[in-house]
Design a protein around this ligand. Structure first.
Ligand code: PRX
Length: 637
């Protein structure tokens, strides 16, 4: 047995002993005596009687050994800012923010919704919540009012933390008007809003509700706010993610299990060491930002590099396709984390940029969020000369499910495969309709995880245990297993390959979006009778959304001018409600949508036609002319 196989076996054969050992990687106020309570499957409760605090583990516990070492390095090529906070400075900032939140009435268990661009204040707010036991709900800054309002309603926050604006490619995106609109349409009205003014866009303040962070900070300059010790099984945060329905799910995470899972992953998977620098190019609005911009590196005693901007612009705001490599050299980054899409963008830059900087500090580049295609992997592997490690996971899991545990054993990677199941995850491939386990090499089925799920995994869906059980654990007939809703195969050496989603989730530039949410938004336009949105393969973004609309008035089908106008209006509706990310690449107008005789939309057939693949068995289609029309439309491009 290889070293990793042995490690893995211990984790699944004797999970309690295995995780009790991992639990020693963090500080506890009360060390747990009961490691796992799996008495109510599929719920798994870890470190049941332990008490700890995420902020203590990320910040306070490093003060003695590395108080003056860098903790948070902020680089914005949008505003030309570069600033380093030591652990001691971060400690002070977090306490200031915690004091401000307390002054605004936030107590343990209250929700604080964070709608922020990539600025240090966002990380301060997350850590401040963790410090006082408030539950943070970070909403991606690229989302617009409709998406934000749905999340405000579900989270019912006491305070919303936001800013005047973000910026992308030099273009200022005002957040405050989007937030005001979201609060206007939301049934829940947060009593207070805490705003960072970056001086990018004017803000209209609502008296009695809106507070400027700078003013509160002045009042709470030197305030000490001790960490509140929390039950390991308490709630640290929720993060919304898309599924099959139009309503996003609040993925709920615990305190102690998450801290242990992250500390273990820093050691066994990322091989990042205290005092070094970790650079993840993700955004705090996504799970990668939670686990590997904010909590993971800091818990591991590393400095985390937080980056605002495009990968192709320099700190002087001039084009610079080498900015990330410049930062790797400057801050001696040892572990880097990004997404295949970002690498595909960089691939268009001058390859000499990869040779221009001293990248000798870098030990590995981890890529996740979407399939890593072989040409992209080969290009970046050749350019950097370090292992490129694909890792497969989900918002739900909180940390990698399938990858290579570099810190345990540097197993070889295989192109196209993220690797092997990580310790703690019992990953299986099941037949989607019979539920039978597929053990043969290269047999395609649904990738599932058998309970109990490891520490760090979602506890439940916020306020909705039933939805957690019904949507994730009951989709395979006859088996209570967690479905990832991804297709996969395993080869003869036990390496897994992920083959795309089984549900209506699409992945645009590594961002997970629900086609149902986009459809609901498009249906809101008065000119739309029916709509189907599908994800279509795209060379740069992995997938893009394509919308097929049956207009109320047939004009848009036959008249190019009318089509162009309606397409523009529909795009605007989606951008205004959900955000630019969700805007379809194209809106096409048709007389009808392909459906089964029982009225079920044949999304997969539409998608196949868009990707010039065989749409498969069409015996159940009600009106074949609908698919024919789509084919013709696409071929006339
Ligand atoms: O379909 C899989 C795809 O992204 C989904 C999870 O997205 P999200 O919840 O945003 O979490 C991202 C955390 C990295 C998965 O169900 N996915 C993620 N990583 C990979 C992937 N598909 C193929 N290869 C990957 N490495």
């Amino acid at each position: 047995m290889s070293r990793y196989e042995e490690f893995y076996r211990q984790s699944v054969d004797a999970p309690e002993a295995f995780w009790a050992e991992q639990a020693r990687l963090i500080d506890w106020k009360t060390p747990p005596t009961q490691v796992l309570d799996a008495s109510r499957p599929p719920f798994a409760r870890w470190f049941v009687d332990g008490t700890t605090n995420l902020c203590h583990n990320a910040v306070d516990r490093h003060l003695a050994a590395r108080g003056d070492q860098p903790a948070l390095i902020f680089v914005s090529t949008e505003t030309g800012t570069e600033k380093t906070y030591s652990f001691r400075e971060l400690h002070a900032e977090v306490q200031r923010t915690a004091a401000s939140l307390i002054a605004l009435g936030v107590a343990k268990g209250d929700r604080v919704l964070i709608y922020m661009p990539m600025v240090p204040e966002a990380a301060f707010a997350m850590l401040a919540c963790a410090r006082i036991g408030a539950i943070h709900c970070v909403v991606f800054g690229g989302f617009a009012s409709g998406s934000l309002a749905a999340r405000i309603e579900d989270a019912e926050p006491k305070v919303v933390v936001s800013a005047d604006a973000g910026s992308r490619g030099g273009k200022v995106i005002a957040y405050k008007p989007l937030l005001d609109e979201a609060i206007r349409i939301s049934k829940h009205k947060p009593p207070a809003v805490l705003l960072t003014d970056r001086g990018l866009a004017p803000m209209a303040l609502t008296a009695g509700r809106d507070h400027l962070a700078a003013e509160l900070n002045l009042k709470h300059g030197g305030t000490e706010v001790p960490c509140t010790w929390l039950a390991a099984t308490g709630i640290s945060y929720t993060i919304y993610t898309s599924g099959t329905t139009g309503k996003p799910k609040g993925v709920q995470r615990d305190v102690g299990g998450y801290a242990v899972a992250l500390a273990a992953s820093m050691k066994h998977i990322f091989d990042g060491r205290p005092g070094e620098t970790y650079f993840s190019t993700s955004d705090i609005g996504w799970v990668v930002g939670h686990s590997y911009i904010v909590y993971g590196p800091l818990i591991g005693g590393m400095a985390t590099l937080m980056y605002e901007g495009l990968p192709t612009q320099g700190i002087d705001k001039q084009p610079d396709g080498g900015i990330w490599w410049r930062l790797v050299e400057k801050y001696k980054v040892t572990v880097m984390f990004s997404a295949p899409t970002a690498v595909r963008v960089l691939k268009k830059q001058d390859p000499a940029l990869l040779k221009k900087y001293d990248l000798s500090s870098l030990r590995a580049l981890f890529l996740a969020g979407e399939p890593l295609d072989e040409p992209t992997a080969r290009w970046i592997a050749g350019g950097l000369g370090v292992p490129i490690i694909d890792n497969y996971w989900q918002t739900e899991s909180g940390w990698p499910i399938i990858t290579i545990a570099n810190g345990v054993e540097q197993k070889p990677s295989k192109f196209g495969s993220p690797g092997v199941p990580m310790y703690g995850f019992r990953v299986k491939i099941l037949h989607e309709s019979t539920g039978e386990e597929l053990t043969g090499a290269n047999e395609k089925g649904v990738v599932v995880i058998e309970g109990p799920t490891p520490p760090g995994f979602m506890q439940t869906v916020w306020k909705d245990d039933k939805r957690f059980v019904d949507s994730y654990w009951k989709s395979i007939p006859g088996k209570m297993v967690y479905s990832t809703f991804d297709w996969g195969i395993r080869d003869e050496d036990g390496y897994f390959y992920i083959l795309g989603r089984t549900d209506d989730v699409i992945n645009v530039a590594g961002h997970r979006l629900g086609t149902r949410e986009i459809e609901e938004s498009i249906s809101g336009h008065a000119g739309v009778a029916e709509v189907a949105v599908v994800g279509v393969a795209d060379a740069l973004k992995g997938q893009v959304a394509m919308a097929f609309v049956v207009p109320r008035d047939g004009g848009a089908v036959t008249n190019a001018g009318a089509a162009l106008k309606l397409e523009g209006e529909i795009m605007k509706v989606v951008a205004d409600q959900l955000g630019a990310l969700a805007r379809p690449a194209r809106v096409r107008f048709v007389n009808g949508l392909p459906k089964t005789r029982s009225g079920k939309l044949l999304r997969r057939a539409i998608q196949a036609v868009c990707e010039q693949r065989d749409p498969g068995d069409l015996t159940t289609i009600d009106d074949p002319a609908t698919l024919q029309q789509i084919k013709q439309l696409l071929s006339s491009d």
